[in-house]
Every structure is written in structure tokens, then in C-alpha cells.
Design a protein around this ligand. Structure first.
Ligand SMILES: Cc1cc2nc3c(=O)[nH]c(=O)nc-3n(C[C@H](O)[C@H](O)[C@H](O)COP(=O)(O)OP(=O)(O)OC[C@H]3O[C@@H](n4cnc5c(N)ncnc54)[C@H](O)[C@@H]3O)c2cc1C
Ligand code: SF4
Length: 440
């Protein structure tokens, strides 16, 4: 499924296998199962409201390009979302077949089948409208800004994305677990978006070599889609060690860096991953698949309070990840530059407050990863003059901030959800920007 090789060097993610895509006969047979439900619950569960029964019916009648058009019209990241959305809790989770005690429609696989077919045919569905002479600056080349820019091009507005790094796609390229989607496929999808005339300027970082005041002078509106930037670490003094890393940074390296950068991982035998969310589980599963013998996830509360999806937890159990629940690390001591001992204390909940107990064990690890969340870059916001809510950019449902020319969407505004939410919010903001620019 390597549609467009975006990297010229070997990466560790090349070692992961993705699920087999459906072939034509399988896709048509699966599509014929759809009951074309009235007020289809699968559509209601999709944040981008893709007309799922319509695209499935088009696959069943061999109108695969028509199916792709239905999907991409609603969600220009239709391929990425097909491969990486938690469909178990979204469209497939809502499929009426559950009530009939039968497997739900494979909506994600059908969606991937249709969009890949369209990309392989090099079919172009969208064209920019006549130039309006309006210019919009977008910060960050993640799914939120790219979806926003694509929609703005459909209205004929000029869009320039300013990206601090050198690769487009944000976490859609560098974060999605490689057994769901490889970075190359994200780049392939972005290639299609850029064909609409969206331009990206790399090495441009808001708050470093880019100022909001200047952008506001030179553009009619600004969209902030810079995601969450800083990984959180526990505030323990003993935390500095070369083998204590952020999980997101390591995942990014697995996906995008030359494999030889991570040659040291071959010597890692025992890893501790701290956190209870999807990033923690992804990191565990990725390291297990790479062959690390002992991967231990440590979470301060119990299994039922983990924010990671239950289906991902089950996969991790199958892959023999070990779990330490009701446990927190309280001390790290360097043994040498490649290993450290970690004191782990038991916890309990009392009056809704987490209490650290005296019972502890001390274990030796040769890698410790923190996966306890990410923060927006507060230092960048402090100079923007727009209102924040819980450390995020405060917006209305159309992405409007408290500044009339500044809009926002994706993780920076929602605090960290899924690609499909970032795409939806980027698209809504584009519609609000268009509305403001054309009807004042
Ligand atoms: C490890 C991990 C795994 C995930 N797995 C999934 C999954 O399987 N399925 C799913 O749907 N979602 C997943 N997500 C969540 C998903 O990736 C995000 O919700 C989505 O990418 C958010 O899009 P965004 O455009 O808001 O931000 P991002 O994707 O974070 O993109 C922001 C972009 O802005 C750039 N930027 C940041 N600051 C600046 C600045 N000051 N100036 C200029 N540019 C800047 C960044 O370099 C980046 O390119 C995962 C997240 C993580 C961390
Ligand atoms: S809920 Fe299931 S059966 Fe009904 S329209 Fe959606 S995919 Fe088809």
C-alpha cells in the first residue's frame, strides 16, 4: 500500500505491517451488507458527517469514484481518517448490526478502498474557485490547517501555511501508529490537498521568526492550527537522564527519522511507559512490535479509569504488554547513561483524591517514556491578545476566537482529540472566514 514514497531513507516504521486492504470483490460483497438505514446512526457518529450509506451504496454499484467523491466532499482527509479513526467508537461502533449481534459494516476499510482507488486513478475532484484576492495565513501544517486551507481554496481565497518544521501533516504524518497508517500515506493525501494551490512555507515558527502582528497586517484573516507542542513530564528533580524521553518524540522518530538514529533501541530490554491514554498504549504496542522483550505501562489509577480506548488496551494485552495499575513513579536514579532505577509507589483514591502510599518497589529500566499529555505552547499565546480557556485557545463552534480576524481549530483549541475533529474544525473555521470576508 505504499502509494507515494515520501522518504528516501529507511525508517523504523518500515518494519511495521498495516492491515490488508479490501480488494474489489471483498469491498463489493461487504458493501452489499449495508441496510441503508434511515437516519443512519453511523453518519451521526461521524464528526464530519460523511454520508456513509451513500458511499457504501456507490461501492456496491461499482461507482467507486462516486464513493470517493462523497467521502472527500465531507472530509478531505478521508484516507487518513479511514485508516486511523477509532471507528470502533465512532461509525462502526454505532452500526445497527451490533443490535443484530452481527459484525458491524467495515466502514473504515470500505472508505480506504474508495479513496485509494480514486488516488490511484489520479482523479481530481476539486478545483479552486475564481481568485477573490483575499489572503489567509494558517499556522501549522497539521490536519486542521490543511483542511481549513483546502476549503478556503474551494472558495477562491489565497492560503499560505506557515510551518515550523520541514514535513507537512503534523501528528497525522508523525504520530499515527505505523500499524494503522504509514507517514507516506499521509504525505500522499497532502499532495492531493496541495494540488488545490495551498502553499506551505517551512521553517516559519509563530513566536520565533513569525509575528502575529505582521501576519495580521499582511493577511485578511489568520487561522491558528498549531496543535499541542510541549510534552508533559512529572515535576521530579531526579528526572533528567538521557533515557527518560517523551513518548510522542520517540514515536515521531520511529515514523520519520532515519532508522540508524534509533539503532540504540536494539539494546533496550525493559521499558517503562508512564500514562494511561492512547499515546501511552500506542508507544507500548509499537515498542513490543519492534521486539523489545519487556514493556511495562504504569498508570496512577485503575484500568477502568484509563483514558485510552478499551479496544487498544485489549490489543496491548494480546501483545503481552504488562500493566502496573494504581502506581506512580516517585524517584529516578541513574545507574549509568543507559539505565536507571525507578521507585514505584502504590496509590489509592480517597475522597476523590489520589493518595501515594508507602508501599513501593524499585525496578531497573533501560528506557522510560512519559505519555502524560501535551500542553499548548503557552509562551506563544501570551503575546496574542486573545482569550484562553483552560490553557487552550477559546473559540466558538465556528472556530472564531475573541479577535475578529483570528480563528483556530484542532488540538490547539479542543485540547487534543482525533484527526477527524481537527479536520472538521478546520473546515468549519474556513466557512466562518469565508462568511466574514464576503458578507462582512
Ligand atoms: C502519538 C499520537 C498518536 C495519535 N494517534 C491518532 C490516531 O490513531 N487517530 C487519530 O484520529 N488521531 C490520533 N492522534 C491525534 C491526532 O494526531 C491529532 O488530534 C491531530 O493531528 C491534530 O491536528 P492539528 O492540525 O490540530 O495539530 P498537529 O497535527 O499537532 O499539527 C500542528 C502543526 O503545527 C506546527 N506548529 C506547532 N507550533 C507552531 C508554531 N508556533 N509555528 C508554526 N507551526 C507550528 C507543528 O509542527 C505541526 O506540524 C494521535 C496523537 C498522538 C500524539
Ligand atoms: S448503521 Fe451500518 S447498516 Fe446502517 S447505514 Fe450505517 S453502515 Fe449501513
Amino acid at each position: 500500500m505504499n502509494v507515494s514514497p515520501g522518504f528516501s531513507y529507511e525508517r523504523l516504521e518500515d518494519q511495521f505491517a498495516m492491515k490488508e486492504p479490501l480488494n474489489e470483490a471483498q469491498a463489493i460483497a461487504e458493501a452489499h451488507r449495508c441496510l441503508n438505514c434511515f437516519l443512519a446512526p453511523c453518519v451521526q457518529a461521524c464528526p464530519t458527517s460523511i454520508n456513509i450509506p451513500q458511499f457504501i451504496n456507490r461501492i456496491a454499484t461499482k461507482n467507486t469514484l462516486g464513493a470517493a467523491k462523497t467521502i472527500l466532499d465531507a472530509n478531505v482527509f478521508g484516507l487518513s481518517c479511514a485508516l486511523s479513526c477509532p471507528t470502533e467508537v465512532l461509525c462502526e461502533g454505532a452500526c445497527v448490526y451490533h443490535a443484530l449481534h452481527e459484525p458491524p459494516l467495515m466502514i473504515g476499510k470500505l472508505q480506504a478502498y474508495a479513496v485509494l482507488h480514486a488516488y490511484e486513478q489520479k482523479h481530481e475532484f476539486f478545483k479552486p474557485a475564481k481568485n477573490t484576492n483575499k489572503r489567509i495565513a494558517l499556522i501549522g501544517a497539521g490536519p486542521a490547517s490543511l483542511a481549513c486551507a483546502h476549503e478556503l481554496r474551494r472558495y477562491g481565497h489565497k492560503t499560505i501555511i506557515y510551518e515550523k518544521g520541514s514535513v507537512p501533516g503534523g501528528l497525522n504524518t508523525s504520530g499515527i501508529a505505523p500499524y494503522k497508517m504509514k507517514a507516506d500515506l499521509s504525505l500522499k493525501e497532502i499532495e492531493e490537498i496541495l494540488r488545490m494551490g495551498v502553499s506551505i512555507r517551512y521553517g516559519q515558527e509563530l513566536g520565533r521568526n513569525l509575528s502575529l502582528d505582521q501576519l495580521l497586517l499582511e493577511h485578511d484573516a489568520v487561522f491558528l492550527g498549531m496543535g499541542l507542542s510541549e510534552e508533559k513530564f512529572l515535576g521530579l528533580a531526579s528526572i533528567k537522564h538521557p533515557r527518560i524521553l517523551g513518548a510522542v518524540s520517540l514515536i515521531e522518530e520511529i515514523k520519520t527519522a532515519p532508522a540508524h538514529n534509533l539503532a540504540w533501541l536494539k539494546d533496550v530490554k525493559k521499558v517503562l511507559i508512564i500514562g494511561g491514554g492512547n499515546t501511552a498504549i500506542d508507544a507500548c504496542r509499537e515498542l513490543k512490535i519492534l521486539g523489545i522483550p519487556e514493556v511495562v505501562l504504569c498508570y496512577r489509577r485503575d484500568e477502568h479509569n484509563m483514558s485510552g480506548y478499551a479496544h487498544e488496551f485489549k490489543h496491548a494485552l494480546l501483545e503481552k504488554v504488562s500493566f502496573l495499575f494504581n502506581t506512580v513513579p516517585t524517584e529516578f536514579k541513574a545507574i549509568n547513561s543507559q539505565s536507571l532505577s525507578v521507585k514505584l509507589n502504590q496509590t489509592t483514591m480517597s475522597d476523590n483524591e489520589l493518595k501515594i502510599l508507602n508501599q513501593s518497589i524499585t525496578e531497573i529500566y533501560d528506557l522510560v517514556l512519559f505519555a502524560i499529555g501535551q500542553n499548548p505552547l503557552a509562551s506563544v499565546f501570551s503575546n496574542l491578545g486573545i482569550v484562553l480557556k483552560n490553557g487552550r485557545l477559546k473559540t466558538d463552534e465556528n472556530g472564531r476566537t475573541t479577535h475578529p480576524k483570528i480563528f483556530a481549530g484542532g488540538d490547539v483549541a479542543n485540547g487534543g482529540k482525533e484527526v477527524v475533529n481537527a479536520v472538521y474544525e478546520g473546515k468549519c473555521a474556513a466557512q466562518a472566514i469565508h462568511q466574514d470576508l464576503t458578507h462582512g
